[in-house]
Structure formats: C-alpha cells, structure tokens
Write a protein of this length. Structure first.
Length: 266
C-alpha cells in the first residue's frame, strides 16, 4: 500500500436531531435524501463516538453514519457503565430497531468488534435482520481472544498495557484532570471485554465478514484475526491488512473508509 493520506476531509456535521438518542450520534446522508444504507460504528475500549467524526465526509453521499456512544463518557458521563457485554449489545440493538427501514452494516474497532458481533447476532436471531456486512478491526475472533487481566491491575499498569498497543489519544492520560476523568471508562471497558465469554462453540453470523488488522499490532496476531472466517461462510470472508499498530485506522483513515465503501457496494 502507498503511504497514508493525512489531509483531513471536510466535515459532515452530526445531525443535532440525532443527539436526542443517547446511544447513536447520527451523521445524515449528504444527499439530503433517505440513505441507501446505514453504517454503524463501534469504538474501542476507552473510546468515544468522536473517533468516527471524520468518516462521514469520506463516505458516499447516500450513506448515513451512526456512531455508537457508550455510557459513562462525553455526553453520557453521568451514566453508569455497562456491566457486561450482553447488557451493552442488548441496548445497542434496541437503539437500532427504529433504524431498520434501511440495510445496516456494522464496523467495530477492537472492543467495538466484539460489541458489533454480538449486536449482529441479536439482530438476526431476535429480529430476523442480517447486516449487509460485519467489519471487525484489530480484534481476535471471540473464540481466540487472550485475556490479560489488565482491569484488575493498578492504574499505571493498565495504562502501560494500553500504550503498548499504540499511542492514539494516550497523551490525555498525562494530564491529571483528564486522567481522573477518562480512566474509569477505560477500566470499565477492559473489565467488560475481559469478562466476556462467547457461546461455545461460537455462533456464526449470516452476515459476510471483513476482518482488518494492523500488521504491527501487538494486541492480536494475524491467525487470531483470520479465525473470524470460522464465523461466516467461507466465500463471505475477507481479510485486509494495513501498516501500523493497533490504532492503524487513524493514519490510514482515508484508505480504510474507501475499502469499507467497497464492502458497502458488494
């Protein structure tokens, strides 16, 4: 691949009417018409919907972007964190029910991949809705995850473990006021993912799956990411690799969104 495109895209503003939904920040289709498809994006542990703010302007004009807002941070700072993966996936699924008039595609990064997968299972098993595609990023398949126990360690050890993955946004933890504000969400998310136990054997989704990874990501090896292929039909799986660490999606945003756009057309 060529070097990353770093020039920022023009922003497509979030729909203020969509801010009434605590779970979903909405970036309407730029066409001004009902969207052809909705792309639902799930952030990583400690992350927020802001991660996807620049994506809207890079997507086709007939795509609506929905960025998931986890409780306990930003606009939902006063709300309690989700206690477990089932609670979180149930709530996101419920929030998506009014949006099922258009096809959905799901993208999750790191922890968000697991939340997206569990949401996809609920959509298909409870509501008969199969996402157009499930796109997972920087996350081992559910049955190949290695747990670190970081959520039970001290603050410095937790942050060191996170920084080993990459540096996206980690400088905020060096500011005492921000550290105090952000650290509880990070710890709660790590507790959630490390206590997560998928069904055994893991449940396949009927949706096609694309798995993405950074080639220098110390948090998940290529074989464990490739194992997502075991959760869909063999001819419905694709693997994409990018140069970079766990947070490759920041410098490679333009290329990643272009590749996701191809998935939405498939």
């Amino acid at each position: 691949m060529t070097g990353p495109t770093r020039a920022p895209a023009a922003s497509r503003g979030a729909d203020r009417s969509g801010w009434g939904d605590p779970w979903l920040r909405t970036y309407p289709a730029a066409s001004g018409r009902p969207p052809r498809i909705r792309l639902v994006c799930f952030p990583h542990a400690g992350g927020t919907a802001q991660l996807f703010h620049g994506w809207a302007a890079r997507l086709p004009k007939d795509v609506e972007l929905l960025a998931v807002r986890y409780p306990g941070r930003q606009e939902r700072l006063s709300e309690p964190f989700a206690e477990d993966m089932a609670e979180l996936a149930d709530a996101v699924t419920a929030a998506l029910l009014p949006r099922l008039d258009r096809p959905l595609a799901l993208f999750g990064h790191s922890m968000g991949s697991t939340v997206a997968y569990e949401t996809a299972l609920r959509l298909q098993s409870r509501h008969g809705v199969v996402p157009r595609r499930l796109i997972v990023s920087a996350r081992s398949a559910p049955h190949r995850i290695r747990r670190t126990g970081l959520h039970r360690r001290g603050d410095d050890e937790l942050l060191a473990g996170v920084r080993r993955l990459g540096s996206l946004g980690s400088e905020a933890y060096d500011i005492p006021e921000l550290r105090e504000l952000l650290l509880p969400a990070l710890r709660a998310d790590y507790r959630l993912v490390e206590n997560y136990r998928p069904a055994s054997p893991p449940v396949s989704t009927w949706a096609p799956i694309t798995a993405c990874l950074g080639l220098q990501d110390p948090g998940c090896d290529p074989d464990s990411v490739l194992a997502w292929s075991e959760l869909t039909r063999a001819d419905d799986f694709a693997l994409r690799a990018y140069r970079g660490d766990h947070f490759y999606l920041a410098p490679w945003e333009a290329e990643l969104v272009a590749d996701i756009t191809k998935d939405l057309e498939a």
